[in-house]
Design a protein around this ligand. Sequence first.
Ligand SMILES: Nc1ccn([C@@H]2O[C@H](COP(=O)(O)O)[C@@H](O)[C@H]2O)c(=O)n1
Ligand SMILES: C[C@@]1(CO)OP(=O)(O)OP(=O)(O)OC[C@H]1O
Length: 161
Amino acid sequence: MIRVGNGFDVHQLVEGRKCIIGGVTIPYEKGLLGHSDADVLLHAISDAILGALGLGDIGKHFPDTAEEYKDADSLVLLKRVWQLATERGYKLGNADSTIIAQKPKMLPYIPQMVEIIASALDAQPDQVNVKATTTEQLGFTGRGEGIAAQSVVCLIRDVLK
Ligand SMILES: Nc1ccn([C@@H]2O[C@H](COP(=O)(O)O)[C@@H](O)[C@H]2O)c(=O)n1
Ligand SMILES: C[C@@]1(CO)OP(=O)(O)OP(=O)(O)OC[C@H]1O
């Protein structure tokens, strides 16, 4: 059986916060604001997995009103989401994501993001693709006010004959 899910997330860029995307801390003058570490890419992937499983979204599983998720490491949250998939017998087919950011330049950090995400999802790096695009200075991403990410995942489970 194959199931597909999509995820989308946005976090505001502010001074005084780390810029953590795909589990990588990127040197930049601003960082992402959130209740957790605000890793916009890992949130989008988590939501895509939950979507494929029909299990809602990360806000439902990890409420931003709960003290236990304050400054949470989103890689830990992604691994907890992935456990929901594996305990239902799913493996990753592939995951494809796009980071939407005017700045900073993501390209140098993408191989490390791919390694981190693949490892969290018990997958090989060639099952995980991460892309980046600007919005040509248009909109909130183009003005550098925030960063968005969108993801699609395909989960695969053997069906007993
Ligand atoms: N934050 C970003 C945005 C883009 N890239 C890379 O640059 C290429 C060109 O971007 P356009 O928005 O002008 O199409 C894009 O394909 C990415 O490879 C990036 O590294 N970081
Ligand atoms: C991850 C959680 C939980 O700490 O908080 P945020 O970092 O604010 O992220 P968001 O994508 O707005 O929502 C999911 C949350 O419940």
